[in-house]
Design a binder for this molecule. Structure first.
Ligand code: NAP
Ligand code: HSE
Length: 420
């Protein structure tokens, strides 16, 4: 180890939180490191920009070639995106620099390649902050649960969507109003697509799948559905039936395949993950020996995420070891053929016998019903809500196609998975 010399790529929200965590806890951190952390250069897009972090101005550069990787022990990557971060980190690893990153998109898409290169070069790559911000999820799965087989995971891995759904549930805000508040508070980006369409959570689930199941999926293989279609009606019917709607990242290891999905789901109000509100994240994990645990905390924000990055840096300098449970890629298919109950809301003509005819079609397909809510509004059209027992989604879709073809059915409004 050569004097704890680090360069930082990116000095935005997380970079600032990383340096400010150092300044906040300098004595503790240096005590554990046995000396100071030497930040030798900081790569940014605009070197002259004003920043809320106390670092000498001459550390900033816009030129990657100016970083002097030969004399660097560790590169902290906090830029985001796949390129140029991927190219820069490959160059750093080839120069035998350790790497710490918070970049979920990069780790989800190129993590296996980067870990392979780090192994080849005999250096370390840590990425705790890439999933769940400040919550130690990666370390818990790899090290804390090293003696276990992870059977199942259920996560709220995106703070923006959890904030929006919480506002819709608690304050009955519309999706647009709740998104506006998330943007005003700085949780959601000006372009919120990655959050609300579930890409961000899918990247995080892909990373967790590698660590928990040893299966490295292409993030595109993960069944993904966002929250744009969730309406206040669904939230209200859900509550009436004893459920909250959350954007859940689900992972389950079966004998010959792994099921991975990100989707809005109804979850019983009694489940611990249903009480995770606002921008908070949580991961509920089931180990085959340990049983169930849940980790909860801030999944985003400069200081929380920066603290996880700092812990990774300290781990490299102090212990210098790989994750105990680092999984190898296994050739296992990713799909979602599993059984699940579903919530279905439709608009139908409010006339006698309609409910019975629809129930009969479900019966013809072998789909049994758990609950039904019908609220007559004194109008020609009435809402009908069903919760089915376990069914394969394909079969449900076939039944619903037939139901939607009937002249007494106006529209199938929502189909939402129910998680128990
Ligand atoms: P950010 O605020 O947008 O900061 C990005 C930084 O990278 C900026 O300093 C920017 O320079 C620099 N940068 C971007 N492209 C560059 C390029 N091509 N060359 C040189 N510098 C470049 O991003 P962030 O929110 O800190 O996120 C950083 C990483 O952490 C991302 O991978 C993100 O997914 C991950 N993460 C973020 C959070 C969070 O709460 N924000 C939580 C968990 C993980 P300028 O400052 O000059 O523009
Ligand atoms: N956009 C992410 C979220 C930030 O809302 O959770 C942390 O990755």
């Amino acid at each position: 180890m050569k004097n704890n010399r680090i360069v930082i790529l990116g000095m935005g929200t997380v970079g600032t939180g990383f340096v400010n965590t150092y300044h906040l806890n300098q004595e503790i951190i240096e005590g554990k490191l046995g000396g100071p952390l030497n930040i030798t250069r900081v790569l940014v897009g605009k070197a002259g920009k004003r920043r809320s972090v106390d670092l000498p101005k001459d550390l900033y550069t816009e030129d990657f070639e100016a970083l002097d990787l030969e004399n660097t022990d560790l590169v902290v990557e906090l830029m985001g995106g796949v390129e140029p971060a991927f190219t820069y980190l490959k160059a750093a690893l080839k120069k035998k620099c350790h790497v710490v990153t918070a970049n979920k998109e990069l780790m989800a898409k190129k993590g296996a390649e980067l870990i392979g290169l780090a192994d080849e070069m005999g250096v370390l790559l840590r990425y705790e902050a890439s999933v769940g911000g400040g919550i130690p999820l990666i370390t818990t799965i790899n090290d804390g649960m090293a003696s276990n087989k992870v059977v199942k995971m259920m996560g709220i891995l995106n703070g923006t969507t959890n904030f929006i759904l919480t506002k819709m549930t608690r304050d009955r805000l519309s999706y647009e109003e709740a998104l506006g508040q998330a943007q005003d508070l700085g949780f959601a980006e000006a372009d919120p697509t990655a959050d609300v369409e579930g890409f961000d959570a899918a990247y995080k689930l892909a990373i967790l799948s590698k660590d928990a199941f040893g299966v490295i999926p292409d993030p595109e293989e993960i069944t993904r559905q966002g929250i744009r279609e969730i309406s206040l009606e669904d939230i209200e019917y859900g509550l009436e039936l004893g459920y909250k709607i959350k954007l859940l990242a689900l992972g389950e290891k079966k004998n010959a395949h792994v099921e991975l999905s990100v989707q809005p789901a109804l979850i019983s109000v009694d489940h611990p993950i249903a009480s995770v509100n606002q921008e908070f994240n949580a991961l509920f994990i089931e180990g085959n020996s340990l049983g169930e645990i849940m980790l909860y905390g801030k999944g985003a924000g400069g200081m929380a995420t920066g603290s996880a990055v700092m812990t990774d840096v300290m781990e490299v300098f102090i212990n210098g070891r790989k994750y105990v449970g680092s999984c190898k890629e296994k050739n296992m298919p990713v799909n979602n053929i599993g059984l699940s109950p579903y919530y279905v809301r439709m608009e139908v003509l409010d006339s006698p016998g309609v409910l019975g005819q629809i129930a009969m079609i479900f019966g013809d397909y072998g789909i049994s019903l758990d609950s039904v809510v019908q609220r007559a509004r004194g109008l020609e059209i009435a809402p009908l809500v069903f919760i089915t027992h376990d069914v394969v989604r394909d079969k449900l879709n076939r039944a619903l196609r037939e139901i939607e073809g009937k002249d007494y059915v106006v529209k199938i409004q929502s189909i939402i998975k129910v998680v128990r």
